[in-house]
Design a protein around this ligand. Structure first.
Ligand SMILES: [Zn+2]
Length: 412
């Protein structure tokens, strides 16, 4: 089996062959100590030792949280504004929360493009069209970085236009892409609506890189079994400059870009857990230039897969990732319940006073009685009502971005 392209990228970046974990961990410790020394000289937000003797000592340092990022960004900033090439701002839904800003240098962005190229190169061959459905807002936006990664593999990037599912299917029909980069549910909705419009077996994709949202087991199964797609899940967050972990040819978890970040999985009390156990993903972005984070709590539930990957890579692999908390658990339960039904295109959930309202978008000619039975038998989640809508040519996806349970303004 071909070794993960990430290993080749690490070899190129580090100018040495990383044949075992010890070499990789030496690189991590060197970068971590460089970062601690810079932090120490600046005397900013982190009041930490300027050097650690081993990677194990990292777990003795305090966490950084999303609130720290919102409230102490100037103190966390390590560099000068003249180095900043791009800023992302994540607004909070509440009325009082400060915006979370992340700053990137040109070098950060170029590292991400190279990392994307490694991940996309596992999926797409030279000359193939790759349809992108990710936010595009000009140069250095996420879709632009992805497009550059696609070109780096000599494949052809194409941005999917916003609009109705029907319009998106029409663009797929015209362009016949071989691969796509999309969120899981929007991709499944398109595939199902496409085959409703143009016939069974007509959806043109052969592979997809799934990103920017968690993927429930039912959605993954449907994409693989109904449409024969080869899936390449990707994990990334803004804090790590969008790119974090990619899938290799073995399709057994996502390889972390460990020469540029250090990942830990911790339990509720903050202690690291052994490989194979679930916990919170904590990252130290040792290679970010102006906003490196030390032990940042991602709020994502994950685990490291045990043992080495069949591809032979020395990097650790993440299993399926989703947000921590009851909402993500309930959303996953509902997705697993309903997306197994071929008539379901999309599902939105609202909660108020412990009562859950589902909105289901289904294919024309769907069996509403079957959906009703599925809703009534949700004994693990009482007080569920469903509103069923049949898709037409003007129907759009129910969520504009990440899928979450919606609550009344200001309430959780
Ligand atoms: Zn692998």
């Amino acid at each position: 089996m071909t070794r993960s392209r990430l290993d080749e990228l690490i070899r190129t970046d580090e100018n040495r062959t990383v044949s075992d974990r010890q070499i990789l961990e030496e690189i991590q410790l060197r970068r971590l100590n460089d970062l601690l020394a810079r932090e120490s000289r600046r005397n900013g937000f982190y009041q930490l030792p300027s050097e650690l003797a081993s990677l194990e000592e990292l777990s003795s340092l305090p966490f950084t949280t999303a609130d720290d990022l919102r409230n102490h960004c100037p103190q966390l900033f390590l560099g000068s504004l003249s180095e900043v090439e791009k800023v992302t701002t994540e607004r909070t839904s509440g009325t009082t929360g400060a915006a979370k800003r992340i700053y990137y240098t040109k070098e950060d962005l170029e590292h991400t493009v190279a990392f994307f190229a490694a991940g996309i190169g596992e999926m797409a061959s030279a000359g193939e069209t790759v349809m992108i459905r990710m936010p595009y807002s000009g140069p250095d936006s996420l879709a632009d970085l992805i497009a550059r990664g696609i070109r780096g593999c000599e494949a052809v990037p194409l941005q999917l236009r916003l609009g109705s599912l029907f319009e998106q299917c029409r663009q797929y029909r015209e362009e016949k892409p071989a691969c796509a980069i999309d969120q899981p549910v929007p991709l499944l909705a398109k595939a199902r609506y496409y085959e409703y419009l143009y016939g069974s077996g007509s959806f043109p994709l052969r592979a997809a890189l799934l990103s920017a949202d968690s993927c429930s087991a039912a959605v993954e199964k449907a994409l693989k079994e109904e449409f024969g797609l080869v899936l390449f899940p990707h994990y990334g967050t803004r804090e790590m400059c969008f790119g974090g972990a990619i899938t290799c040819q073995a399709h057994q978890g996502m390889h972390l870009r460990e020469h540029q970040l250090i990942a830990e999985i911790t339990d509720e009390s903050g202690r690291p857990v052994p490989d194979g156990e679930w916990g919170e993903l904590v990252i130290t972005t040792v290679d970010m230039k102006v906003l490196p984070l030390i032990r940042f709590r991602t709020g994502d539930r994950a685990r490291f897969l045990k043992g080495p990957c069949p591809c032979g890579s020395v990097t650790k692999r993440l299993d399926r990732v989703r947000r921590i908390g009851k909402d993500a658990e309930i959303l996953e339960l509902l997705e697993n319940r309903f997306f197994g039904l071929r008539q379901v295109l999309d599902l939105m959930v609202r909660e108020e006073s412990g009562k859950y309202d589902l909105e289901l978008l289904i294919l024309p000619g769907g069996d509403e009685a079957e959906l009703k039975r599925k809703t009534d038998s949700l004994d693990t989640l009482p007080a569920v009502t469903a509103c069923i809508r049949t898709a037409d040519r003007n129907s759009t996806l129910l969520y504009p971005g990440k899928r979450v349970i919606l609550h009344p303004e200001g309430k959780r």
